[in-house]
Structure formats: structure tokens, C-alpha cells
Design a protein around this ligand. Sequence first.
Ligand SMILES: Cc1cc2nc3c(=O)[nH]c(=O)nc-3n(C[C@H](O)[C@H](O)[C@H](O)COP(=O)(O)OP(=O)(O)OC[C@H]3O[C@@H](n4cnc5c(N)ncnc54)[C@H](O)[C@@H]3O)c2cc1C
Length: 327
Amino acid sequence: MTNGSEVDVQVLGAGVVGLTTAITLAEAGWRVSVRTASPPGATTSAAAGAVWGPVTVGPPGRCRDWARTGLDVLRDLARDPAAGIMTRSGQELSRVPASPPAWADLLDELHVYSERELPPGFAAGWRYRAPVVSMPVYLDYLVARLEQAGVKIDVNPITSLTEVADGADGAFPAPVIVNCTGVAARQLVPDPAVHPIRGQVVIIANPGIEEFYIDHSTPGTDLIYLFPHQDTVVLGGTMADGDWDTEPRPAVAERILAGCAAAEPRVRDAPVVAHRVGLRPARPEVRLEAEPLGDGRVLWHNYGHGGGGVTISWGCAREIAAELGRG
Ligand SMILES: Cc1cc2nc3c(=O)[nH]c(=O)nc-3n(C[C@H](O)[C@H](O)[C@H](O)COP(=O)(O)OP(=O)(O)OC[C@H]3O[C@@H](n4cnc5c(N)ncnc54)[C@H](O)[C@@H]3O)c2cc1C
């Protein structure tokens, strides 16, 4: 699969979607390179919670399949301490009527609370076990796995997809390009269907919290959730549609800390160790499809993973590998 290019596949983007795609293709035997605007630790992916769940992402059927693959892979990876994944129990609660999403039946130990099991003031709730991913650790793990497969990450933003597709920098363009640029796809493709859903989180030292907690009660942009990792807990959060601001806002952080402390008093005295913001790359449906470039070359699009990119990244990557003939 070569036209004089040094690689078979050029992946654009080094968030969880780009790294997972690059690993999947490199481990299947393709010669892969990765080009990114920012290093993995400075992407939206680094700000994610992250618990398994295809949230704010579509279409439902394909996402269910991709999420099932993701659940299998993340459960397996949880056996490797280097991957930063723990399988945890936890609960979701709501003060207004609610029920588990359709995909919750894929989860282990799903239990919907009866009225008498609900904590006071709540109208609905359920428990389950799921992989909880410490993203800074997981991204380091993915980078190391990519290096082991012989792939280099070039931190060097592209100015347009055409520049890469045409090989405008003088190099032969790769026969396959995979566009994993997240919310930047809005400008690069361009694709006006892509929009940011801003998420701000506060990271505290873990005071001994072992269960995750998600409260759905508040309508609008404010959420309350706690995702415990080994030494830290990610506290959330926000879902602000159309907000491009990547700077943490102190007033939002205060609101997150107060909401989480009301749900879990041990939060109150725990030291804050970081603030993070990410822009979920939302789109009515994930764009996972190939665009022919002529001469047998192809531009794959793999973006628009909304609030579920950690969950469905392996499923999407494997679909591309299968379509390229090495899945
Ligand atoms: C607060 C928060 C909590 C979340 N919780 C969860 C969760 O619990 N579970 C879950 O599954 N998901 C969760 N998500 C969603 C998940 O983080 C995203 O779906 C996922 O990170 C998207 O990954 P990505 O690789 O597509 O995008 P990104 O991580 O944004 O990566 C995009 C890449 O494209 C590169 N790029 C951009 N422009 C250019 C350019 N011009 N040239 C070259 N490269 C470029 C960037 O540098 C970056 O490397 C959460 C998100 C947030 C913000």
C-alpha cells in the first residue's frame, strides 16, 4: 500500500480517538504516523472523567456496538496497572423521574433502585459496575504502546486537510489519512454539524472515595459527579453547548466543589490538585466514513464522539481496520 510515502496511514489528532486508531492500525501491520496540534496531555481527552458510557453521542445502534467493544477492551486493560483503569461500582441518582439509558443493559451488576432503596429526596436511581479511566495515565499508556509499535507523534498543527491530502509539504502523501481532530473538524473539514460541549472539572486528592457518583437532577448545563481514581478524584461538571472557552472558571469550580461536597462530605477537606477543561466534540452522529481522494487514496473521518469518545474509541478504530482489510 505505498505510493512513495514513508507511511501507509497518517493519523491526524492525538486525543483518545487518534491514539487508539493509530495503535489499532499499527498493531495490525500498517506503517503509521501521527500528527497533532497539541500533545495528548493537552487535549479534550485529558480532561475526561472518564467512566464507560456512550453519552451524548449517536447514532444509537452503531454506538451500542462500538461501546460494547470498548467495554470488552477497557475491562481487559483494567488488568494492566499501567493503563490507569479500575472497574468500580457506583450509582446514578435523580431527583426527577429518570430511568437507565438503553445501553445500560451491557453493564455488570445493573440494579435499578426500588422506591424504598432510594436515598431521601431522590425519585430514581440505579447501580452498576463499570471501567473508570484515569485519562492522564491512560493517555500515557496509549502513547507508550504506540511507541512500542514504532509510531512517532509529530506535534505540528495542520492548516487544512487539503494540505495533508495533497502532500503540500513536499512529502508523498500517505495513501490513507484518518481525520481524528475532534472539535477542530468543525473548521478543518469544514463541518458545521460539529460543536463544542464544554466540560469543566476539578481534580482533588482522593480522601478514600471508592465509588463513582452521578446526579442527574439539575436541568441545563450544571451536573454533579465524582469519578474516583487511585490517588485523585475527578469532580464535575458542566455541559455547556457552544462554549469554546478552554480556561477554567473559578466560579464554576466553586459550584462544582460545593455540589460534590453536598453529595460526599469527604470532598470538603481534600486538597484541590488541578482544574481541567475539555470541549466535547459533539455532532448529531459520529462521522466514521471514508472519503475517496482519487488514485485509490482515501480520507477516513473519525470525529464527533461527543461525551463518549473514551467509550467508543476502540470500536470505531476496529471498524476502520476491518474496512482497510486488517481488522
Ligand atoms: C469533562 C469531560 C468529561 C468526559 N467524560 C467522559 C466519560 O466519562 N466517558 C467518555 O467516554 N467520554 C467522556 N468525555 C468525552 C471524551 O473526552 C471525548 O469524546 C474524547 O476525548 C474525544 O476525543 P478526540 O480524540 O476525538 O478529541 P480530542 O481529545 O479533542 O483530540 C483532538 C486531537 O486533534 C488535534 N488537532 C486539532 N486541530 C488540529 C490541527 N489543526 N492539526 C493537527 N491536529 C489537530 C488535537 O491537537 C488533538 O490531538 C468527556 C469529556 C469531557 C470534556
